[in-house]
Ligand binder design. Structure first.
Ligand SMILES: [Mg+2]
Length: 266
C-alpha cells in the first residue's frame, strides 16, 4: 500500500534552534528511493518551503502558511482537479488573501488602540532582528500570503478582546511562541491534509497516512492522519494531547523524526 508522509518542519524535521536536519538525511534518501511522498505541512511560507524542497531534493506537494494553501507541482497527479494555475503549481487555496488580513489587523488596531506590529509593518531587517534570522531567511519568512504574524505588545488579559475582534471580523487566530497569527477560518492543516489524502487516493487507491509534528499547530494534521506521531521537544517532553495510537518518539526533533519513519514507513 502507498504510504504518504505528512511532516511539520520547525522542531520536527528541522532542529528548532538551528534548522539542521543532518540526522534525517539517510532516512530521507530511503524514502525518496521508495517514492514515498514527503509532504511538508508547515507554518512556513511558499519561498521558505521552496528553499527546503530544493535543499532536500523533494518534489512532492506541500502545505504552506499553516494550511492556507496546498501547492501541487503541475502534472504531479495523472488527473485534473480544480485549482489555480501558478508558476508551475496547481494551487488549492483554503485561506484568505494577505491584504484582507492586513486590513483586519489595522482595523483592530484603530478600534482598540492595541500595540500590534505585523510582519507587514516591519522591514526585512527588522524581521531578521526580531526573529533572529539572517536577512535572506527573513525575506522568505516575510513573504506571507495566507497568514499574518504579529507581535501583541499588551498585557495578557487583553488577549480575549483581541481574539473576539478577530472572530467578529470573520477570521481565525493561532498563537505560538512570540507571534500571534491571523488567518482565514478555513486555513487549517487538517483540512489541507484531508484534501491531499483524497487526491493521493484517486491516484493510488488505498493509501496509509503518517503525520509527524511537535506542537499545538500540528494537532489538526495529527488528527487527520491514520498514524500520528510526535517528536520530543527542547524541554524534553511532548505535545500534550491524547490521541488514540499517538506514537511518542524518544528522540528530539530530527532524531525523533527518523525514529518514526523507521518504525512506520521503512
Ligand atoms: Mg513545529
Amino acid at each position: 500500500m502507498k504510504q504518504i508522509l505528512f511532516t511539520d518542519l520547525d522542531g520536527t524535521l528541522l532542529d528548532l534552534y538551528d534548522y539542521t536536519y543532518d540526522a534525517a538525511i539517510p532516512a530521507l534518501d530511503a524514502l525518496k528511493s521508495r517514492n514515498t511522498p514527503i509532504v511538508f505541512c508547515t507554518a512556513k511560507t511558499l519561498p521558505e518551503n521552496e528553499y527546503y524542497r530544493e535543499e532536500l531534493g523533494i518534489k512532492d506537494p506541500f502545505i504552506v502558511d499553516n494550511g492556507g494553501a496546498i501547492f501541487i507541482p503541475d502534472k504531479y497527479f495523472s488527473f485534473e482537479f480544480e485549482c489555480k494555475n501558478r508558476n508551475g503549481y496547481c494551487v488549492v487555496e483554503l485561506g484568505v488573501a494577505y491584504d484582507e488580513l492586513r486590513k483586519a489587523l489595522k482595523e483592530i488596531r484603530a478600534e482598540t488602540g492595541f500595540k500590534i506590529t505585523g510582519f507587514g509593518d516591519m522591514s526585512v531587517e527588522e524581521v531578521a532582528e526580531d526573529a533572529n534570522l539572517d536577512v535572506e531567511k527573513a525575506r522568505r519568512a516575510k513573504a506571507k500570503e495566507y497568514n499574518e504574524s504579529f507581535i501583541f505588545d499588551e498585557p495578557e488579559e487583553k488577549e480575549g478582546v483581541l481574539f473576539d475582534k478577530i472572530i467578529d471580523k470573520g477570521f481565525s487566530y493561532t498563537h505560538g511562541g512570540r507571534y500571534y497569527n491571523i488567518h482565514g477560518k478555513n486555513a487549517d492543516k487538517g483540512k489541507a491534509v484531508k484534501i491531499l489524502t483524497e487526491l493521493f487516493k484517486r491516484e493510488y487507491g488505498e493509501v496509509k497516512t503518517i503525520g509527524i509534528g511537535d506542537s499545538m499547530n500540528d494537532i489538526p494534521m495529527l488528527k487527520a492522519v491514520e498514524q500520528p506521531a510526535v517528536v520530543r521537544n527542547k524541554k524534553g517532553g511532548w505535545l500534550d494531547i491524547s490521541l488514540t495510537n499517538l506514537y511518542k518518539a524518544q528522540g528530539e526533533g530530527p532524531e525523533g523524526w527518523v525514529e518514526v519513519v523507521e518504525k512506520f514507513v521503512l
